[in-house]
Ligand binder design. Sequence first.
Ligand SMILES: NC(=O)c1ccc[n+]([C@@H]2O[C@H](COP(=O)([O-])OP(=O)(O)OC[C@H]3O[C@@H](n4cnc5c(N)ncnc54)[C@H](O)[C@@H]3O)[C@@H](O)[C@H]2O)c1
Length: 308
Amino acid sequence: MPRFPPSPSQRLTTPRFLLQEDWDNWGWVSLHCLGTFIYADILDYKNLREIVVNNRITWLVHYSALLSAVGEANVPLSRDVNITGLHNILDICAEHGVRIFVPSTIGAFGPTSPRNPTPDLCIQRPRTIYGVSKVHAELMGEYYHHKYGLDFRCLRYPGIISADSQPGGGTTDYAVQIFHDAVKTGIFVCNLKADTRLPMMYIVDCLRATLEMMEAPAETLSMRTYNINAMSCTPEDLVQEVQKQLPGLHIIYNVDPIRQAIADSWPMNFDDSNARKDWGWKHEYELPELVQTMLNFICTNSRLTHSN
Ligand SMILES: NC(=O)c1ccc[n+]([C@@H]2O[C@H](COP(=O)([O-])OP(=O)(O)OC[C@H]3O[C@@H](n4cnc5c(N)ncnc54)[C@H](O)[C@@H]3O)[C@@H](O)[C@H]2O)c1
């Protein structure tokens, strides 16, 4: 079995995206240790094709996107990256027999969808370019699967909470920002109303779900796009949990009407019973463990930064 993590020389001599052997040998841990990064524009079809062929890519995990709030601020760019970018990726995967995972989102639903809970199959009429592009991705991927046999797999993620990356311009950003501000300044300005309920998940559960779904034998999948869920919480729930650890945290609610309108059209709770039944999805992090883990991570990082 190859050494994990790869040594710097191994990394230099084996530039690649992620190969099947990486999954087999190392599972989902520390993906960033596994190889060289190649910067590429999702809109540059020729370059993407070269990367896929030259690096013998077998699985493509397509994360590039503009998220909900930034998407509304730049619709033409969002349409290009989220829709044209997806077309590029689907065509390359279909042409070269590459398997593909694309994340979708709670944002793929809209005000006419049932919101509590939202099942896998129901009305999807989102009101953001982000949501429209993700419904398009779900449908195009499923169409390529039926038409060309493409191994397309898709999970609708809830809001993802993670400590080691900055919020990316989504409507659930508040649930990440609160931890950084709580540790840094003790004051958090929340741009959603205190009682706005949305589905959320800790990043470790999200990555594990992704890998488990990618590894699931095809015959266990009754669908190609599944909801996954862990918890459903409001800013108030999150604040109360953070205040158990940091009682001095002060909250100011300054509602952003654009983000609030988006959040009010999204699911409050996600029905992920099909994922649990078909390929055994089970989340591990509830809100208290999530808060504890996030605070531990951010406090340790901030202590390290100050001591350097
Ligand atoms: N973060 C969440 O809560 C959440 C929830 C549901 C789904 N998702 C999905 O997960 C994926 C990743 O989301 P994220 O939170 O990491 O967002 P992010 O904004 O942090 O990451 C998006 C990435 O897309 C890249 N990108 C933008 N334009 C590009 C281009 N022209 N070419 C190549 N790359 C380009 C950006 O550089 C960035 O790294 C997205 O597809 C998103 O829809 C995220």
